[in-house]
Design a protein. Structure first.
Length: 394
């Protein structure tokens, strides 16, 4: 697999493991793409226009974005890595005056480390450039002009040029960090999995630092991710390789119009400190006018919220949340919590409920007790923990 497909530019887009199909669906709505492959936490797409390349950055679920240079199968030894990387003409991607760094990753069992991959691949880039251009490139691991991603997944080697300096899940608005916080990219994947659409009211009954309501508000107001994450995008490399795409990205932010919303994206938490943090985060994200955060136990707060629906002219029937998963709770208490949560939501007219948890054994027992409710589940990785996302349709 080379840099270009039949007509377009090949790209590698990463996400948290388990959300690949959700990311592919989102990208298919944002841009004219050809889906070329899916693997754990990675999708391979082909874009045909520079505008579509820029639109990939609008993803709310993607973590990192790369130009795919080459993929090689049956790579087993470090010598294989060296030979393959050296065969690539890096003059397309690096100017003689620029520095570079290898960002290696190794997945699977090997008799060498990712550091070894970085060392060998780096030497291969230097030797390739010296051979083709007669110039010895300089390495800068701290602040390189160009980052080259080299991944060995069992025996498949991927070489790509990074278009993101750091993961796009680092939105920047999170001044308050919840001790068990949710990545904004995962929050957006949960919203999509829930079938939630922009401008639809939403409740997070265990909101912590407020990530889910904040992301819902950002999407509804029309705040584009590149416009709040430009410092995480390698704009210089994008402009140098595809100036039309770089210009399209900047035009997106220059021409964006924000929508006004009432405070229909609601977060509830029993911990006042978490609610204070959520309010700070919402203000920093510029959505404090569209979010509402309440201190209280969901057992009392959800019924109160439903009683004021007529006053504010909305119907709250969708809940998306990231509940505790038992790190400091005994299984019996955790089960009671989950049972109470689902009962309160169902009894108060919520028709769609989505939550993510690594407490899968407890969740399965609770869900088994429900009758006449359709349950879908998605196996994912949340942080380093195998987890499930559950969607209930009532």
């Amino acid at each position: 697999m080379g840099l270009y497909g039949a007509m377009g530019i090949m790209m590698l887009v990463t996400c948290d493991t388990g959300f690949e199909n959700i990311l592919a669906e989102e990208l298919g709505e944002l841009a004219a793409i050809g889906l070329r492959g899916i693997s754990s936490g990675r999708i391979f797409v082909e874009v045909y226009r520079y505008e579509d390349l820029a639109n990939v950055f609008r993803s709310r679920i993607a973590n990192n974005i790369y130009i795919l240079v080459q993929v090689e199968e049956n790579v087993v030894h470090l010598d294989d890595i060296y030979r393959f990387v050296k065969s690539i003409d890096f003059a397309k991607f690096i100017e003689p005056w620029q520095t570079f760094a290898i960002r290696p990753e190794r997945i699977g069992k090997h008799d060498f480390t990712s550091i070894d991959i970085g060392r060998v691949a780096g030497q291969a880039v230097i030797d390739s450039y010296l051979e083709s251009r007669g110039h010895r490139l300089k390495v800068n691991l701290d602040n390189p002009d160009v980052e080259i991603y080299v991944e060995l997944n069992v025996d498949r080697l991927i070489v790509a040029v990074s278009l993101t300096r750091s993961s796009l899940h680092l939105r920047g608005y999170k001044l308050f960090a919840h001790p068990a916080g949710l990545k904004p990219t995962i929050a957006c994947a949960l919203l999509r999995f829930a079938g939630w659409r922009r401008d639809k009211p939403l409740v997070d009954p265990m909101c912590g630092g407020g990530t889910i309501p904040i992301e819902a508000a950002l999407a509804s107001k029309g705040v584009e991710i590149p416009c709040i994450s430009m410092d995480r995008i390698d704009v210089r490399t994008l402009y140098r390789l595809y100036p039309e795409a770089g210009e399209a990205l900047h035009n997106l932010c220059r021409n964006s119009m924000l929508n006004e919303f009432d405070r229909i994206f609601v977060g509830i938490d029993i911990n006042p400190r978490f609610v204070e943090g959520a309010i700070v985060n919402a203000k920093n994200a510029g959505v404090d006018d569209a979010t509402l955060f309440l201190v209280g136990d969901f057992r009392g707060s959800i019924p109160k919220l439903k009683r004021i629906e007529n006053e504010i002219g909305v119907v709250f029937d969708t809940a998306v949340f990231n509940p505790p998963y038992g790190y400091r709770m005994k299984p019996r208490k955790l089960r009671e919590l989950y049972e109470d949560m689902l009962k309160i939501l169902i009894d108060n007219g919520f028709r769609r409920i989505v939550f993510i948890t690594s407490a899968t054994r407890v969740s399965e027992k609770v869900l088994e007790s429900l009758r006449g409710i359709e349950v879908q589940k998605l196996k994912v990785i949340h942080g380093t923990l195998p987890s499930y996302v559950y969607r209930l349709e009532i």
